[in-house]
Ligand binder design. Structure first.
Ligand code: GLU
Length: 462
């Protein structure tokens, strides 16, 4: 069974790039009947891990990802780490190093002067003497100092490292006994049964170290997939300014979770040239072996396009529910269908949809100057008033077609073009020139409100 994980360090929110790796891990496990677990890597950070976990779970909930079982917190597992450190010491695979800070600095400087890579020189590896006084030792693991280390990566293929270029006997426990990052990641992945690790390729250089730990403890290696980073349009690593922010900020900007997930799954992964993936589809089709070898480019137009697609294809019930967050309550509105049908094709975000709806439902309090100048030329005011008469006396006024019929009969009777009534009427009803079809607008707001808006405009603009 495939077991994957998402292992964020606590930052207090879930980052968009983090959500992408979480999504990849989630899809790969779920699509294969496996498990997807969540581990908070909070050994180094003093930031509040509970809060960070809450923020992640909240974001997961919004997009519809679910982790299996309890959340693992590294900060609760120090006994486990201590036990393995002890085991490695007893087996002679790790040792205490009493090098002082000064000695370490001197070694570094010497190596830098010789233009060598700075690394620990193994001086306490076989130390049998009396330890120097007053120094709390760190624990170092015996790592190979020569030979090749090969990461058989599921995305990058065979990645070879020379031990002498990348390894030394690195610290697995600090002088205060606390374990180090690579040590706990390897232990946890192994003990939690993670057999497929999907993570950002900024971690690739950690992998040889983690492999040393797996080997020393006799754990089976997982399959690694190192996912190339997300870049901005300039080919640089995505920054906060480019949109590398809190997932929940995307909710606030009015993105639908379906659109965001669809956008993220395509950042670095593809299935032919398909662009639209339902959640079920991505779960079935996703395979980390098809992740691109090169960085992906974050393109907000694409996200907006997907968002517009998902808004347009949402049912009116779903939209009415979501709009309640914007203080728009349409569930009992008798013209809900007309309203949403008229507007959902025009909105790139829920925020925009909410604004469009408000611009129709709220009586305008001001009129756009330019629009007024353009619309109220010649006998526009008389035409508008004549139209009001028609609306006042019309028999049936319910559907957009009923209103259309009244407009049509007006232009026929007066021998004018549609624009002659359309423009002043649009300004009267909406305060500006843009917006959906006027017949829909009038059907939505109804006869009384239509008349009221015309009267308001006549008195304000005469
Ligand atoms: N905690 C690491 C991070 O947030 C991820 C570790 C891993 O995936 O191996 O970058």
């Amino acid at each position: 069974m495939i077991v994957t994980r998402f292992a964020p360090s606590p930052t207090g929110y879930l980052h968009i790039g983090g959500l992408r790796t979480a999504l990849f891990s989630y899809l790969w496990a779920r699509g294969n009947g496996g498990k997807f677990v969540l581990r908070i890597e909070d050994t180094d950070q003093s930031r509040n891990s509970e809060e960070a976990a809450k923020a992640i779970v909240e974001a997961f909930k919004w997009v519809g990802l679910e982790h299996d079982g309890e959340i693992t917190y590294q900060s609760n597992r120090s006994e486990i780490y201590t036990k393995y450190i002890q085991q490695l010491l007893e087996e002679g695979k790790a040792y205490k190093c009493y090098m002082s800070k000064e000695e370490l600095t001197a070694l570094r400087e010497e190596q830098m002067a010789k233009k060598e890579r700075t690394r620990y020189d193994g001086r306490y590896r076989d130390f049998k003497g009396t330890p120097p006084e007053g120094i709390e030792p760190v624990i170092r693991i015996k790592a190979p100092t020569s030979g090749e280390i090969v990461v058989d990566d599921g995305i990058k293929g065979r990645v070879s490292f020379q031990a002498e270029d990348i390894l030394d006997d690195f610290v697995i426990a600090r002088a205060d006994g606390s374990p180090t990052y690579n040590f706990v990641v390897a232990i946890d992945d192994a003990l939690m049964g993670i057999n497929e690790v999907i993570r950002g390729d900024d971690h690739l250089s950690n992998t040889p170290k983690q492999m040393v730990i797996y080997k020393a403890l006799g754990f089976d290696l997982p399959k690694f997939y190192h996912v190339p980073m997300i870049h901005n349009a300039n080919g640089k690593k995505l920054s906060k300014r480019d949109g590398a922010t809190d997932v929940m900020a995307y909710k606030e900007m009015g993105y639908l979770p379906e659109a965001l997930l669809n956008f993220l799954v395509r950042l670095g992964w593809s299935h032919g040239d398909q662009e639209i993936f339902s959640f079920e589809e991505m779960t079935t089709l996703f395979d980390p072996a098809n992740i691109n070898k090169s960085a992906s480019i974050y393109n907000v137009e694409k996200l907006d396009w997907l968002n517009a697609h998902y808004i347009k294809n949402s049912s009116n019930e779903e939209l009415a529910q979501l709009l309640e967050e914007y203080d728009i309550f349409l569930k009992a509105h008798d013209k809900k269908e007309i309203l949403l049908d008229a507007l959902k094709e025009r909105a790139k975000s829920m925020k925009e949809l909410a604004m469009l709806i408000k611009s129709i439902l709220e009586t305008p309090t001001a009129y756009d100057d330019k629009a007024v100048k353009k619309a109220f030329k010649g006998d526009a005011m008389e035409i508008l008033q004549a139209f009001a008469k028609k609306i006042e006396t019309a028999q049936t006024l319910h559907l957009p077609s009923d209103y259309h019929h009244e407009m049509e009969s007006l232009v026929n009777e007066m021998g004018i073009g549609f624009g002659k009534i359309g423009m002043p009427l649009r300004v009267a009803l909406l305060g500006e020139m843009s917006g959906p079809g006027l017949d829909s607008v009038m059907a939505i707001i109804g006869r009384e409100e239509t008349l009221k808006r015309i009267a308001n405009a006549v008195s304000a603009l005469s």
